[in-house]
Ligand binder design. Structure first.
Ligand SMILES: [Zn+2]
Ligand SMILES: [Zn+2]
Length: 185
């Protein structure tokens, strides 16, 4: 059973990427995976953009078979290729202010200051996304290999305001705290 892109027959399926429902009639991406409970395979459903961000390789496979029926296939393919080039960006799961001051940045290993912006990470394994800690926004470039992440932050934290995004953009330009602590030159 191949990966598919098709209109959703109903609004029952939730997107595995963002957790929101996929509207009836909306084009959706189905990743084909072995069914853990029975013989055969099953599809995991995503909004097209969520699939491009979180499952770039299977999304690109599906897109190459269904490109003619997807209006913005070029944009989705570019988004997915960004995730193939920098695989860690597919772990991005939005942005939030650190609530406690106790979490550690996965890149620089320093404590994230209470109230500072952080990017929650998820790891995909065997068909499931599991929470996998956080990175500081200033560590974005060093950890992900790119600072082109703002569309992903907005997608998975739709409550971010323009002012929030400006604050995050400003922090993206700051040097990673890892510089100077782990590098001697
Ligand atoms: Zn989604
Ligand atoms: Zn850090």
């Amino acid at each position: 059973m191949p990966h598919v892109i098709e209109p959703a027959a109903s609004a029952r399926a939730k997107c595995r990427g963002c957790g929101e429902r996929i509207g009836a009639g909306e084009l959706r991406f189905g990743e084909s995976l072995p069914n853990p409970f029975a013989e055969g395979e099953t599809h995991h459903w995503y909004h097209l953009e969520c699939g491009a961000m979180k499952r770039p390789e299977p999304l690109l496979e599906a897109l190459s078979a269904h490109a003619e029926s997807v209006p913005d296939s070029e944009r989705l393919a570019a988004l997915a290729r960004g995730g193939v080039e920098h695989p860690r960006v597919a772990r991005t799961s939005g942005a939030e202010r650190d609530p406690s001051g106790r979490a550690q940045c996965r890149h620089c290993r320093q404590k994230i200051e209470k109230g500072a912006w952080r990017i929650p990470l998820v790891f995909w394994e065997d068909g499931r996304f599991s929470p996998a800690g956080f990175v500081h926004v200033p560590c974005t470039g060093a950890y992900f290999g790119t600072t082109d992440v703002v569309a992903r932050l907005k997608r998975f934290s739709p409550g971010l305001t323009d002012a929030d995004l400006q604050g995050i953009q400003a922090e993206l330009l700051k040097p990673s705290p890892a510089l100077g602590t782990t590098e001697t030159e």
